[in-house]
Design a protein around this ligand. Structure first.
Ligand code: ZN
Length: 310
């Protein structure tokens, strides 16, 4: 695992624009492309890094993976500062950012307790990116769009075949301590697994994750199989806790949090409120499929497990 903490060249034509834990990435070519837009607060930092690598040339595109506040935060700012920059996202992403309630939430989450009057600049999506589409960047560089929902419904991953760079954002989870990978199926477990399985087929030399880390060569190739394995294990864990505690999601969340969150160093870990929000979403995602598959069995299992525990 390599930490992408500041603006640096990763490989030919491909740069990290920093800073960690929400860096952007840049692919240079005839029509340079930026990937993701981090948080609003760091807009000027990102801009400075873009100028470091491509001078006064204006990137043609900003491709967003999904409309979470820490992935699209500076999109409006960058569009304002880089005239002509076109923002690309999925159709679902476009629909989210056109909703005033989503804009209000993203604005609030980008405030970080600051007193600034402006914490987000609204933007519109200029180009809808379709699954399988390939965008020309230069004679020997292109970007392929891969639809990978499951973490969110609007999620897109990007692949640069000529450089074997895959940018799956949180479609593959987020690395924790040691070998641990946080599974990030916020909206749909089965769809999340299907997306991981799709991503398995890409030949990768660089696996670029969203929150300041990336992997190369064998580490890059081994990550997605590990993520699939750990996602299934995490599901089993939630299922056995559901069998024991039924609808008491708070207790289940507390047990999981002790094991995977409380053990982390405070430096660099996501805020507890964000972690809990996501964890609750994952527990509910699993509860939903457990009940749907076998509603009577789920009830009986809960009763049995409770009796065993008594
Ligand atoms: Zn996200």
């Amino acid at each position: 695992m390599i930490i992408a903490s500041e603006a640096a060249r990763i490989t030919e034509n491909f740069y990290c624009l920093g800073p960690s834990p929400v860096p952007l990435f840049l692919l240079d070519g005839d029509t340079p492309v930026i990937f993701d837009a981090g948080i609003y607060l760091w807009g000027p930092e990102y801009l400075k890094s873009i100028r470091t690598f491509i001078g006064n040339r204006i990137p043609r595109y900003l491709f967003l993976t999904h409309m979470h506040f820490d992935h699209c935060g500076a999109a409006g700012y960058l569009k304002k500062m880089l005239p002509g920059l076109q923002i690309g996202a999925s159709r679902e992403g476009r629909d989210i950012i056109d909703k005033p309630s989503a804009v209000a939430l993203i604005t609030r989450l980008n405030a970080f307790g600051s007193n600034e009057s402006r914490t987000f600049e609204q933007f519109t999506v200029d180009r809808i990116l379709e699954d399988g589409e390939r965008i020309h960047v230069s004679d020997r560089l292109s970007v392929q769009v891969i639809k990978t929902p499951g973490h969110t419904r609007d999620m897109l991953s990007y692949y640069i075949p000529e450089l074997k760079i895959l940018m799956p954002s949180e479609s593959v989870g987020v690395p924790g301590i040691g070998d641990h990978i946080f599974s990030e199926f916020l909206v749909d477990y089965d769809v999340y697994i299907q997306s991981l399985q799709r991503l398995l087929h890409y030949d990768v030399d660089y696996l670029i994750l969203s929150h300041g880390t990336y992997y190369t060569e064998n580490d890059a190739r081994e990550f997605i199989p590990r993520a699939i394995e750990q996602t299934a294990m995490f599901r089993d864990k939630i299922e056995s806790l559901l069998a024991l505690h039924g609808d008491d999601y708070d207790t289940i969340a507390r047990i999981i949090k002790q094991e995977e969150y409380d053990v982390l160093d405070s430096a660099g870990k996501q805020p507890e409120s964000a972690y809990m929000l996501n964890l609750n979403a994952k527990i509910k995602t699993i509860a939903k499929i457990t009940k749907k598959k076998d509603p009577v069995g789920a009830l009986r299992q809960t009763a049995d497990a409770r009796n065993d525990a008594l």
